[in-house]
Every structure is written in structure tokens, then in C-alpha cells.
Design a protein around this ligand. Structure first.
Ligand SMILES: Cc1ncc(COP(=O)(O)O)c(C=O)c1O
Length: 309
């Protein structure tokens, strides 16, 4: 990874290599952490964080599902995000806030463990590759099922649940594919290892509903809003695996992956990125770069910290 200089830890900026937790931290042993992935862009009016408030709200909701409270108010977290970007002199970057149960308690009842918060930011390019964004990626349905809603709440973005994504990612990577698609316990399409999924058929855009054990993606929500504003119909409904094979277009959305076309699923060729995927990619790119006033409310411009004294 491309290191930066400072990381925000529990309210202060510390040197990148001093941002450490104890080896007996609860979160390390049991996955009891919740986190966010956020992007900032070099936008027309300066460096802007995309949907920062929505990400921080989801972080609070994720924490609450595990009976944790983010020990800093939303505004302080927001300032923390701005602070890591400006103090590291970053422009476009990826931002990773994490809230974890820290050191002091072992065993599975964690409520007495302290809750630690960090925010890091660094430069991270196209997660599925520039070529993937342009030409689409080859994907495979994993043999691992998405963890069910009654096993781990899918709507919480918690550390432990990513073991599921990691197994699917390794499996498909070893088989030579760029990304995994997971079906849920009912055998319907859920999401990618770190992305939501959309299919386009006869001009209609469909994406699995929250009840399909997906993460409630912020990019997913952005694309649904953009698509509707562009005049497309969007429905949330259960999708069968074969609908991926027979689709006119398939694409994935995520903060890291952005809007990434899918070229094939299980060796069924869908084809090069289609016109609706292209259009949504284009509007999304304009939105995140502050070039489309319809979506300017999604951008939180980073203001430099006031000079000391
Ligand atoms: C399993 C899963 N689905 C979907 C997403 C996309 O969510 P977002 O658009 O909020 O990044 C992610 C990314 O965090 C994810 O891990």
C-alpha cells in the first residue's frame, strides 16, 4: 500500500508507523470491529469527500448493531477525516475509519472492552484495475454463500464478516477471475466480495434488495438515484444466477471499485460495457468530481485546518 504520514487515532494525529494497537485487542481476535471505506476526489472546487455524512452514519449504525457506540460525535469524526486528508497533503484518496473493541477484555462478552477509533487515508487507485473500469472484468460465482441475515447482520460493515468475502475472493482469484459474486443462503444473487451488483435487461435496471443479505452500499444508492434521474427504471428484486448470464449488461458498484462493468460471469460472455453502464459511469464520474450540480450535495469539500495560535 502507498503509505501516508499521519493517522488519526482516538482524536490525535500520530505518525503512520506509530499507529498501533495491542496484540490482545478484542477486535483482532474476534473480528469485533466496524469500518468504512470512503473516497475523496480531486473535484472542480478542491478536494471533496464523497457522501461523507452517509458513510459516518452507516459507521454508527454498524457499531450500534454490535452494541458499540462510536465514542466521538459525528462532527468530530468528520473533522478527523478532513484532518487526515489535509495533514497528509492528499488529493484523491481512500479513507478508512475503523471502530474496534480494543485491549483489556478477552472472551466473547465484549461490552467492557474499550472502543478505539482510527482514521487513515492513502492513495488507492482503481480497485479492480483501470482496464477493468474501461473494458469490464471477468467474474465467477463463488462456491461460498453470502453469510445469512440471521447469521451476521449484512447491513453492518463489520470486520468479522469479511472472512466470508476473503474466502470468495481467494477462490475466484485462484481460478483466474477478477472478482467473486456471492449467492445468498436462498441461492439468489447477493453481491460481490466488496461490491453491489446491477443487471440491465431490456432497458430495466435491477439490483438485489436489502433482504438478499447485501451490504446497503452507498455507491449502490448513488447509482439508483442517478439512474432514476437519467430516466431509467430501477427495481430492487431477487435475481437468479441465470439472469446474470442472460443480461444485456451487468456492473458492480462500490466505493473502492466505483462503477465497474462486468464482461463475463462464469465464462458466459455478456460483452463489452453497454450504453447504460457507460452512461451511469459517466454521470457518477461527473458527480464525484463536482462537474454535475445535480449531485453537489454529495460532496464535502475538505477545508484546511485553521493555522495554530
Ligand atoms: C460486501 C459489500 N457489498 C457492497 C459494497 C459497496 O458498498 P459501498 O458502495 O458503500 O462502498 C461493499 C463495500 O464496502 C461490500 O463490502
Amino acid at each position: 500500500m502507498q503509505e501516508a504520514e499521519k493517522i488519526w487515532m482516538n482524536g490525535s494525529l500520530v505518525d503512520w508507523h506509530d499507529a498501533k494497537v495491542h496484540v490482545l485487542s478484542h477486535g483482532l481476535h474476534y473480528g469485533s470491529s466496524v469500518f468504512e471505506g470512503i473516497r475523496a476526489y480531486d473535484a472542480e472546487g478542491g478536494v471533496a469527500v464523497f457522501r461523507l455524512d452517509d458513510h459516518l452514519a452507516r459507521l454508527e449504525r454498524s457499531a450500534a448493531q454490535y452494541f458499540m457506540e462510536v465514542p466521538f460525535p459525528r462532527e468530530e469524526m468528520r473533522q478527523g477525516v478532513h484532518g487526515v486528508i489535509s495533514s497528509n497533503g492528499l488529493g484523491a484518496c481512500y479513507i478508512r475509519p475503523i471502530v474496534l473493541r480494543g485491549y483489556g477484555v478477552m472472551g466473547l462478552h465484549p461490552l467492557e472492552a474499550p472502543v478505539d477509533v482510527s482514521i487513515a487515508a492513502w492513495v488507492w487507485g482503481a480497485y479492480l484495475g483501470e482496464d477493468g473500469l474501461r473494458n469490464g472484468i471477468d467474474t465467477k460465482v463463488s462456491s461460498w454463500r453470502r453469510i445469512g441475515n440471521n447469521t451476521i447482520p449484512a447491513t453492518a460493515k463489520a470486520g468479522g464478516q469479511y472472512l466470508n468475502s476473503i474466502l470468495a475472493k481467494i477462490e475466484t482469484h485462484k481460478a483466474g477471475y477478477a472478482e467473486a459474486i456471492l449467492l445468498n443462503e436462498q441461492g439468489m444473487v447477493a453481491d460481490g466480495s466488496g461490491e453491489n451488483i446491477f443487471v440491465v435487461k431490456d432497458g430495466l435496471i435491477s439490483t438485489p434488495p436489502l433482504s438478499a443479505a447485501i451490504l446497503e452500499g452507498i455507491t449502490r444508492n448513488s447509482i439508483m438515484e442517478i439512474a432514476r434521474a437519467e430516466g431509467y427504471d430501477v427495481v430492487e428484486r431477487d435475481l437468479a444466477r441465470s439472469e446474470l448470464y442472460n443480461a444485456d449488461e451487468v456492473f458492480m458498484t462500490g466505493t473502492a471499485a466505483e462503477v465497474c462493468p462486468i464482461r463475463s460471469v462464469d465464462d458466459h460472455v455478456i460483452g463489452p460495457p453497454g450504453p447504460i453502464t457507460r452512461r451511469l459511469q459517466e454521470v457518477f464520474e461527473d458527480a464525484v468530481h463536482g462537474r454535475d450540480p445535480r449531485w453537489s450535495q454529495w460532496l464535502d469539500y475538505v477545508t484546511a485546518p485553521a493555522p495554530a495560535g
